[in-house]
Ligand binder design. Structure first.
Ligand code: ADP
Ligand code: MG
Length: 289
């Protein structure tokens, strides 16, 4: 129980921060916390000031993006509060109690076609909301997608997209600095001259959908250089066949659409929603099986 593992911080604070960790990040740890007055539970992302020394602009980004999108979409993390102590910075946000999508995939080796379809539809709708608000997330991956509730039956609708540490606001500009997770990176990441934009999120959706369906990554070579090379040529396959025999053609077509190398030719989230894999009313979905 939360209350058994509670530590009250020495500074006067509106929240009781549990010692129990919800997760570990690169520069942060995430703890469960509780509003002392309302009793409401939240997540507290805690940055050690020592660790983030020199990375203030990264934090500033995360903070301002979260502020901009908070309370805007049911499947996107909302910032509730913000404060600092002598040693740490705290972002108080919505709490997801159902764990990471990553663990759901790995524990089951893969997810069913229909499950993946529901999850993807929720995720693409959330990313469409971000892009409509000129935000690119840049770190879409199974570790950054959480399940809000404990009701595991229909968890597709309760996804929560978190971790806006690499997110950026875009105003027709391109981004030139590398960030994110190599195996989810789009080819244009490596073109430092032209830079990249929102389209990188769509590529990452493709990687995630592939991973959900088979339990391993589409671009994952022995060395980082080889992985980079495979990404730039969109060199992936639906093999070994035994892992893909249960997967519909619509799902594969969806992944192929995300893995278009030229970002200008890659579909937007709105266009993804119209593909047969996600558009339930399409003939293809009705005639399946
Ligand atoms: P980082 O930027 O360092 O990757 P994240 O924001 O991704 O940090 O948080 C790290 C981990 O903490 C996540 O992968 C997740 O397991 C957990 N976590 C983050 N936010 C929440 C939340 N709102 N509710 C529950 N767990 C969370
Ligand atoms: Mg993360």
């Amino acid at each position: 129980d939360l209350l058994n593992s509670i530590q009250v911080f020495d500074k006067p604070c509106k929240y009781i921060i549990s010692k129990k960790k919800l997760g570990d990040g690169t520069f942060s740890t995430v703890h469960e916390c509780k509003d002392k007055i309302t009793g409401q539970h939240y997540a507290a992302k805690m940055y050690s000031k020592k660790l983030v020394y020199g990375l203030e602009s990264m934090l500033q980004n995360e903070f301002s993006v979260l502020k901009r999108i908070s309370k805007g979409h049911h499947n996107i993390l909302s910032l509730v509060d913000y404060f600092e102590t002598e040693d740490s910075l705290f972002l108080i946000t919505d709490l997801a109690v159902g764990g990471e999508l990553y663990d759901r995939i790995v524990n089951k080796t893969h997810l069913d076609d229909s499950e993946v379809r529901e999850l993807t539809k929720t995720l693409v709708t959330a990313i469409d909301y971000l892009h409509t608000n000129n935000i690119v997330h840049r770190d879409i991956k199974a570790e950054n997608i959480l399940i809000q509730g404990n009701n595991s039956k229909n968890f597709a609708k309760s996804l929560l997209l978190v971790d806006f540490g690499f997110a950026r606001k875009l105003d027709n500009n391109r981004i030139h600095e590398l960030a994110g997770t190599l195996s989810y990176m789009a080819p244009e990441y490596f073109n430092k001259v032209k830079g990249h934009g929102k389209e990188v999120d769509v590529w990452a959706i493709g990687v995630l959908v592939y991973f959900m369906l088979c339990g391993y990554m589409p671009f994952d070579c022995e060395t980082d250089d080889q992985t980079k090379h495979a990404i730039q040529k969109a060199d992936y396959s639906y093999s070994p066949p035994s892992y893909w025999s249960h997967v519909s053609d619509e799902a594969k077509d969806f992944i192929d659409a995300c893995f278009v190398v030229d970002p200008n030719e890659r579909p937007s989230p709105k266009e993804l929603l119209k593909l047969p894999f996600l558009d339930y009313k399409s003939k293809a979905s009705l005639s399946r099986n």
